[in-house]
Write a protein that binds this ligand. Structure first.
Ligand code: GTR
Length: 420
């Protein structure tokens, strides 16, 4: 008997120890465990007043931007920054004569020590100004094309094996992500492509702000000081400033586009800067298009832990209290209204929570309705590779976290139908 009791006690002890050591799971892939949640209503303002007209929405819009700044991305400094644009190279027969390729560096007149933003532009050879896709890239302009005349970026890069050694790009990085940037197809369809390395604005690591724009603008002592995503979004607007001066670009038809963390920045840029005619979010996930209150895939706590520099300090206070957030991500998406918006997911990218991204897009409907527009126009999560929606579109592509030709096909159609 004593033996049995002893064994039982031992089993209980072991089970207890195992449980105590199993860290609380910070993410979930089981739809049954998502839990219930109530989303804040974009059409009820902070004082509880319903938003009924477009004029009401104009005020609510400002309030929402402020709430996202205070709680999620941090405040984007308002001061105008003097820029100098320098064209460093022009090739009028790029892509075998198909395009004009331009390289332009953006310098900060009052902050001469900051690195420039080096912009790579492919323009169709049109007689008219072209609509454009503007998106930051992950690994330098040299990696979006195999064109060997593009200078290899000397900026800090995350190490990725042979292509980046000791945080410097090597020749192996050339064209490394060309597959994600089908420049020829884009130009043949009559669009310009504008890109720059996101690390020109801020290298993607916790100390990346040093020596970059966040070291001269903002206030690092504040819990709502801007984070790296805020800086990348700000940088997109500075590129947009340059594009206003480019006669071959139709400034009324410039789309903000981005994948993953850069997709989060593309959304925040488009939300704040209404000069963007449309926004395309490719698998932006947590802190992007996916609802934060859904406990699925990446979570607020997890993203704040893995990437402490992306968001403002106050965002971390919601790690274990997501329900206390005064906003949710459908309201970020609603800030794009009435402009066209594309939200895309991939079915093997559950980390980004495809369903949460769909729901984010779906809950913009009442705001688009204020403008007499249909957003998604459906509440049914579509089967894979079945794009849905009207002014707001959505697809869940088969495959992994990536940007593919399939995604671009949809974005080009979206642009053809809604942006020009
Ligand atoms: C992941 C991160 C995501 C997404 C992604 C990316 O590690 O958890 O939020 O941003 O990186 O940017 O590729």
């Amino acid at each position: 008997m004593a033996r049995i009791l002893f064994s039982l006690a031992l089993i209980i002890l072991v089970v207890h120890l195992v449980n105590a050591q199993t860290p609380e799971p910070v993410f979930n892939y089981d739809e049954a465990k998502v839990g219930t949640y109530t989303l804040p209503d974009p059409l009820i303002d902070a004082k509880g007043k319903p938003v009924k007209t477009r004029a009401d929405w104009a005020n609510r819009r400002k309030e929402l931007i402020q709430l996202f700044a205070e709680n999620v991305y941090g405040q984007t400094p308002k001061q105008a920054v003097k820029l100098r644009f320098q064209t460093t190279a022009v090739d009028s027969s790029a892509l075998n004569g198909l395009a004009i390729r331009k390289q332009v560096s953006i310098f900060f007149i009052d902050y001469p020590k900051l690195p420039s933003i080096d912009v790579l532009i492919y323009l169709p050879k049109n007689n008219r100004a072209s609509a454009a896709f503007l998106g930051l890239n992950f690994c330098g302009n040299h990696c979006v094309t195999t064109d060997a005349t593009i200078p290899l970026s000397t900026r800090w890069m995350a190490n990725t094996g042979e292509a980046t050694i000791t945080n410097q790009a090597t020749g192996k990085a050339r064209g490394m992500q060309a597959r994600r940037w089908p420049v020829e197809t884009i130009v043949k369809r009559g669009y310009a492509l504008v890109t720059a390395y996101y690390g020109d604005i801020e290298p993607d690591h916790p100390k990346g702000w040093q020596g970059h724009i966040r070291s001269v603008l903002g206030d690092t002592t504040q819990p709502d000081n801007w984070g790296a995503i805020g800086a990348w979004a700000w940088g997109m607007s500075r590129i947009l400033d340059y594009l206003q001066t480019e006669p071959k670009i139709d400034t009324k038809r410039i789309m903000s586009i981005g994948h993953s963390r850069i997709g989060k920045a593309a959304l925040w840029a488009g939300a704040q800067d209404e000069r963007f005619a449309a926004v395309i979010s490719n698998e932006s996930g947590e802190g992007g298009a996916a609802l934060s209150r859904r406990w699925y895939g990446e979570t607020v706590e997890r993203i704040n832990t893995s990437f402490p520099h992306w968001f403002c300090v106050r965002y971390k206070t919601y790690n274990k209290h997501v329900v206390d957030l005064p906003i949710d991500q459908h309201e970020l998406l609603a800030l794009i209204a009435p402009r066209p918006l594309y939200v895309a997911s991939a079915s093997d990218d559950q980390w980004s929570d495809p369903k949460g991204e769909f729901l984010g897009a779906m809950h913009t409907e009442p705001v688009y309705k204020l403008y007499g527009k249909t957003a998604l126009g459906t509440t049914t999560f579509p089967t894979v590779n079945q794009p849905v929606g009207q002014t707001v579109r959505y697809h869940d592509r088969t495959g992994k976290h990536d940007v593919t030709d399939y995604d671009w096909e949809q974005y080009l159609r979206f642009a053809d139908e809604l942006v020009r």
